[in-house]
Design a protein around this ligand. Structure first.
Ligand code: F6R
Length: 618
């Protein structure tokens, strides 16, 4: 989705803005642009396509600027053209704005602006905001400090907006000032030493400073080189809360890997090692220092609803299997966009768990708000510190996956599974449902994950590559599994679809014969996830059914299992591990398969078409 960055200070503004844009590009974008105040004059450069193209155009100019704003756009209103790219300006080109979000009443606003003689150049909803600011500037007194005149105009303009926005604006009348506002889309301000920046994302801000102000909905900020003021929408000044955020900013380079996705797949053993070091010191039950919910409350829940989107929903399904098995608590795993509109039954003894890599997904956030408005507590499992979900939940567990740049989620998924497993042990211990011995045995298995992940990456990559080459031109894939690996089937199919654009569906293996089996013919690749576990015999029988119909079998199974030697075209093996931890291993060859198919097709693996890393609109 769109990204915002802005800077005021002594550095080379254009250089800083372009670097900021590059740190935002992983979110997905189709055009980009910057606006700087060169002395008292606004200069705008914007392009459709990649940041490198913008950089080329920028190399023709020399600006003497101390302040600027920048944007990566993921088109919603109007095609990705230079005209629709941000920043947008008012009639006279003195106000400039970048915007994330969607203005719901923009058609009405646009029509009335046109009736009042404004000339609008783009098809975007954003442009109306620049014109509203222009109108407000013409209505109010320009007495006093220009920065506050500008702030007042922006305040009056945004009070006319319905929908979601994070904005940053410049005005020729107030050089050295950025005015920002937030309603429903993330925005943070970095407060450096004699410099400041704003961004929609920690990745953009933290390379400048770790001292951050997290704006809340309904707040505006006036940002200058030396001071930041925060106001509510009525113009009342608020206390500025600066906090230090520790979060590793990802290096822009791919550490020798051809894509971020592959780098992140290979980072998984290290990430789990980090989680072990943090959560499982010695043989104790897992430690969740940040979990701010008293044990007496944690053990009292009689129902759990996990709500999340996409890959995070798949990990939620894994959570359902664990919570029901170990805690005996009825659990639903809900797709957030359905949960929020379904009028769910929410009772006081229910715990809602939200899972999210970004912490900004609009649907999941709406589910959190819905639960809390009905006084149902929310625990979020989230990767990004300071994100909106972490601030709006009753309690948080951080995933420690590190920044994930590839649009297709990989290491955040396994970090989610790992934390759901550890949370289950934590709750089981609190409820006295597992003995210390049981916990120790399970933790012992958990501690073996990094080594076993590494073994898969070392030993299976070449066979996965061979498999990818074989099925490169397939029109669709099917993924089957039972039990705790059913979410793995869904996740494997989603990964392939996202990056290779090959249709893929995941099914519970036992459900397959109730319809989808009609899809199987002699050309159909069917990926069967069949570790030797408690449902193995049943899965095997389902796989036989597929084979009997001529499907081409790709099987993920446990090392040493010879059942598929004659049956399958490709076999990916995982080392022996406790059944409930197999999803952290079986998914790895499937991530590699999706990656390799897409890469062999020459596709942009890290930025698949139409997708965005952080889905901040409904
Ligand atoms: C898939 C993927 C998406 C996200 C989904 C939710 O690879 O990345 O399906 O999982 O958009 O995003 P978060 O986890 O940020 O809430």
């Amino acid at each position: 989705m769109c990204g915002i960055f802005g800077y005021v200070g002594e550095r080379d503004v254009v250089e800083v803005l372009v670097a900021g844009l590059k740190r935002l590009q992983y979110r997905g974008y189709d055009s980009c642009g910057i606006a700087v105040l060169d002395g008292n004059e606004l200069a705008i450069v914007k392009e459709a396509g990649r940041i490198e193209r913008l950089e080329q155009v920028l190399s023709r100019y020399t600006f003497q600027a101390k302040v600027g704003i920048a944007h990566t756009r993921w088109a919603t209103h109007g095609k990705p053209t230079p005209t629709n790219a941000h920043p947008h300006i008012d009639c006279h080109g003195t106000v400039s704005i970048v915007h994330n979000g969607v203005i719901d009443n923009f058609l009405n606003l646009r029509e009335s602006l046109l009736n009042r003689g404004h000339i609008l150049r783009s098809e975007t909803d954003t442009e109306v905001i620049a014109h509203l600011i222009e109108e407000e500037l013409s209505k109010i007194s320009h007495e006093g400090e220009k920065a506050f005149v500008f702030l007042k105009a922006v305040m009056k303009a945004v009070s006319q907006l319905k929908g979601s926005y994070a904005i940053a604006c410049l005005w020729e009348g107030a050089p050295g000032v950025i005015v920002s506002a937030r309603q429903g889309s993330p925005l943070l301000i970095g407060v450096g030493n004699n410099e400041a920046c704003i961004g929609s994302d920690l990745n953009a801000v933290l390379p400048i400073t770790k001292q951050v102000i997290l704006l809340n909905d309904g707040e505006l900020a006036l940002v200058t080189q030396t001071k930041v003021w925060v106001f509510d929408i009525e113009g009342k000044e608020k206390k500025v809360a600066v906090q230090r955020i520790e979060w590793e900013v990802t290096e822009e380079d791919r550490a020798g890997f051809p894509t971020f996705m592959l780098k992140e797949i290979y980072e998984q053993p290290e990430r789990i090692r980090k989680i072990i070091a943090l959560r499982c010191q010695g043989a104790n039950p897992p430690i969740f220092e940040e979990l701010d919910m008293p044990p007496s409350q944690l053990i009292g829940f009689r129902r759990i609803i996990v709500q999340a989107a996409g890959t995070s929903w798949h990990s939620g399904l894994y959570g359902k299997y664990l919570f029901e098995r170990y805690l005996r608590i009825p659990t639903d795993a809900e797709i957030a966009s359905e949960f929020r509109y379904r009028e769910p039954v929410l009772e006081q003894d229910t715990l809602v768990i939200a899972i999210s890599q970004s912490g900004e997904t609009a649907d999941t956030l709406a589910g959190i708000r819905q639960a809390r408005s009905r006084f149902v507590p929310v625990l979020s499992l989230c990767n990004v510190p300071g994100s909106t979900m972490t601030r709006e939940s009753d309690a948080v567990i951080y995933l420690h996956a590190g920044p994930e740049i590839g649009v297709a989620s990989t290491k955040a998924y396994t970090a989610q599974l790992a934390h759901l497993f550890l949370l289950t042990l934590h709750l089981a211990r609190l409820k006295w449902l597992l003995s210390q011995d049981n916990i120790n045995q399970l933790l012992d298995q958990f501690n073996q994950l990094p080594e076993k992940m590494e073994k898969i990456l070392d030993e299976q990559e070449s066979i996965v590559r061979e498999c990818a080459k074989t099925f490169l031109d397939s029109r669709y894939f099917l993924y089957l599994a039972r039990g705790i690996n059913y979410p793995t089937a869904l996740e494997g199919a989603l990964k392939l679809k996202e990056v290779s654009y090959i249709h893929a569906s995941g099914y519970p293996a036992g459900e397959f014969k109730h319809g989808p089996i009609a899809l199987v013919d002699k050309d159909t690749p069917v990926v069967c996830i069949a570790p030797v576990d408690s449902v193995y015999e049943k899965t095997l029988a389902n796989i036989e059914e597929v084979k009997a119909r001529g499907g081409r079998l790709i099987v993920v199974t446990t090392e040493g299992n010879r059942d598929f030697d004659e049956m399958a075209e490709f076999i990916f093996t995982i080392p022996q591990i406790h059944e409930d931890l197999t999803p952290l291993l079986t998914v790895i060859p499937l991530q590699l398969l999706a990656h390799h198919v897409a890469a062999m097709k020459g596709l942009d693996v890290d930025k698949p078409r139409n997708l965005a890393k952080s889905v901040t609109v409904e």
